[in-house]
Design a protein. Sequence first.
Length: 537
Amino acid sequence: MKKLFSLIKASMSEGMNLFRISTKKKNIFTTIGLPIFLSLVLMGLMGSYSYTLMEQLAPVNMHFVVLTLFIILTTVMTLIEGIYKSGNLLFNCKDDNLLLSFPIKRSTVLFIRVFKFYVFELMYNSVFLLPAMVVYAIFVHPGITYYIISFIGLLVFPIVPILLSCIIGTFITFFASKFKGKNYVQTILTVVFLIGIMFFSYNSDSLLANLAKNASSINDFITKLYYPAGAYIELITKFNAVKLAEFIGINLVLFIATILIIGRVYFNINSSSKSIKRNKSNKECKIKSSTPMRALIKKEFNRFINSPVFITNAGFGLVIFLLGSILLIAKYDSLMESIVNSNPTMNLDLLNKYMPVVFFGFICFTSFMTSITSSMISLEGKSFSILKSLPVKSYTVIKSKVLTALIIMLPCMLIGDIIVFIRLKFDILSIILILIATVLFPLISETIGIIVNLKFPRMDAQNDTEVVKQSMSSTISVFTGMVMIGITLFLLFKAVQAGLSNIVIMLIFIVAYAIVYAALEMFLHKTGDKSFENIEV
């Protein structure tokens, strides 16, 4: 047991230091304070949402429905995020050779992998569930058993979505390992699965529609469909020690059974997924010359397409943009009616009139929620010293990363633009301004991403997941994008209320953001070289 704890401790210290920054100077705020601050901000948002729902449900004595909804929401989010992580946290880990050389059981190695996964998701779940649990306690004033059951619930709730993530991740990795281009297959399978979840969610009846009226039936449906939610709600409303023991026991049995099942195929899949690329000796070696910028862009693009987690995380927003554009033209009338019905202050004529501004806002949303460059410096890892030794200026390397991100983003966004232009027939000035925004917004987002990554690089990550999903630079870039989206959409709404024309509104925002980009470019040009050279591996 002591040996197991030592292995878990070593694994956690190596892989779970989520916001470690590769600099000599330790900054308590950036390493500890900022992650805590961002988590508290998110918890505050979840608390406000749950409080709003509770105000609607309290008059009909359906307080527990808020907890049911947050449990199922957190479960779905954990499942989706877990699919991103499972491939890199379970397979192709850098410490495989070290762990497997120790005189320990292979089942222990797999347990350590899954346990590390569990600890991260436990922290992730707590950010969403704790606020709802606190709001419930404020309204209901429950007894001590509620707090005990809720604490146990926080520990238990991540188990089912993690196990499903592990099974799906194992299936994807197994299927992908049968192909030469396994990274592409893994990426395609993951994206298809996530699109399937989105399709199901869009076509299913909304759980929040007429919530107060249908709270009882919604709660019954969820609790019968998903055992952990049903058992938890039953325990907090009517405590039963036998049910509590059953609740804990079933989840532990599921956890152990899944490890045993995955363990039968895990090491075979892990070995087959580590294929070595061999050069074909029957072909002549051709040396092609190119400009430094072109060569750097090609390197960055190859790095991008060979990382499934990078593609999935960075490209998912682009997939949503394409699907949203297609949905807009395919179900335009029904979507407009839904928006008008959900907002009494909106009318159909006004919505049609300002559709160019609405699509302009959609481009803004997609651009600022997609930050590819926020991971590009950190993904260099130990090879960063080679990049620094190249006979090119640091600023050239930095700009190559920004340009690569644009090359990745623009085709998808331009296709979405063209689809909408054909169906909605915007005037020529609106089309020109929207096309400018399609280039300008991603340029701003990716410039912010590279600035943040230069300031907060993480060069010691064990896999791509730790960089793309768990690093400080990715977190800051996402929150910065959310803030910019919120400000932009709020000001767009105010401009529409003021009665300004589409052209005037979009022109004002383009000029304003062009100034923002110019300022960011000047800052990057002034500080980029120094920040680049100061990064140590």
